[in-house]
Design a protein around this ligand. Structure first.
Ligand code: AHM
Ligand code: MG
Length: 338
């Protein structure tokens, strides 16, 4: 990991990525627009009760979940910011039933943008970190008006992914397939500044993140995997583990980006009919791309996450991601059981 000697803005970073042929001019514009939207969301999140943005919106999303006011605000900000730039063919959001082609009044570009506008919504009202997650795909050739089916591409097809965590600092973490990099929002200047180039997630860890209240609903391999971690140096793992669970995937993954660990939301008997809790297209795939580009690994427990062929826009999956050796261990527990 190297720290830049003089401040590098996101704009400069992206221009350099374009010059290096890592991104097109349209993808650069797309990322700039998403980053600008994240600044707006960051301001709304930061105002909290003063901005009248806390509490329920009184509506529900496609997943049957109650929407918070900030879920709706963040979704609208991202939609509005991305509609007119000419870089996108369409958008899909965790908060919308279907994808949306860019309206005819604007030019259409070659990319598809998917996002979870405000992840970790249960934390909004209690002043704990939340975030935005996004994924960028290419619009299939010859398609001018993309429909839901055109988004059903595996994670390996992503051309960019990122998240923005709204915490004590607002930090944007980004990959375009050439490493994973972090940018901190300089609130006075109003721009994202590169603060870590080439994040590397430590291979080994002694820290895991899981909602342990679901333990009795887990599958046998997960029971055994976590059971062995809890035995610490008294058991087969031979080392003590620490546990963290923020209940904001963005914040939990950001901790892993910073100091390693494994994040899991496994299959359990409550979420099994849906296939898992977290969404493949808006959460699991973009996070997996970021984690792999930082030297980590991401799996469903039985398959590399980014190789899952999606069957639905709102598909859910079990998730294990983070420090490579630890994810491999979790996968081994599943393989030994199956
Ligand atoms: P959301 O997108 O509706 O906020 O839901 C996803 C969140 C993740 O951020 C987090 O890891 C998980 O749900 C927390 O779930 P639980 O409340 O079961 O611990
Ligand atoms: Mg989410």
């Amino acid at each position: 990991m190297t720290q830049p000697s003089s401040p590098v803005s996101l704009t400069r970073f992206l221009i350099e990525e374009e010059r290096a042929d890592h991104i097109s001019a349209d993808l650069r514009l797309l990322i700039e627009v998403v980053a600008r939207a994240c600044k707006t969301i960051s301001i709304a999140v930061g105002k909290g009760a003063l901005g009248g943005v806390l509490g329920d919106a009184g509506t529900g999303n496609i997943q049957g979940e109650a929407q918070k006011k900030l879920d709706v605000i963040a979704n609208d900000v991202l939609l509005e910011a991305n509609a007119w730039g000419g870089h996108l063919a369409g958008l899909a959001s965790e908060e919308m039933d279907h994808s949306m082609p860019i309206p005819d009044v604007y030019p259409r570009g070659n990319y598809l943008l998917l996002f979870d506008p405000l992840d970790g919504s249960s934390n909004i009202d209690v002043n704990v970190s939340v975030g935005t997650i996004f994924s960028v795909l290419r619009c299939p050739e010859g398609v001018t008006t993309p429909a839901d089916e055109h988004y059903l591409q595996p994670g390996t097809a992503q051309v960019a992914a990122g998240y923005c965590v709204y915490g004590p600092q607002t930090t944007l973490v980004l990959t375009v397939g050439h490493g994973t990099h972090a940018f901190t929002l300089d609130r006075e200047v109003g721009s994202f500044v590169l603060t870590t180039r080439g994040i590397r997630i430590p291979e080994e860890t002694r820290e895991f993140a899981v909602n342990a209240s679901n333990q009795r609903f887990w599958e046998p391999p997960m029971q055994r995997y976590v059971g062995d971690m809890l035995l610490g140096n008294q058991g087969t793992r031979g080392k003590d583990f620490n546990m963290r669970w923020i209940a904001s995937m963005v914040a939990d993954v950001h901790r892993i980006m910073t100091r390693g660990g494994i994040f899991s939301y496994p299959l359990d008997s409550k979420c099994a009919p849906k296939g898992g809790k977290l969404r493949l297209m808006y959460e699991a795939n973009p996070m997996s791309f970021l984690v792999e580009q930082a030297g980590g690994a991401a799996s469903t427990g039985r398959q590399r996450m980014m190789e899952v062929q999606p069957s639905g826009l709102h598909q859910r999956v079990p998730v294990f991601l983070g420090s490579k050796a630890e994810v491999e261990t979790a996968v081994r527990y599943h393989a030994e059981h199956d």
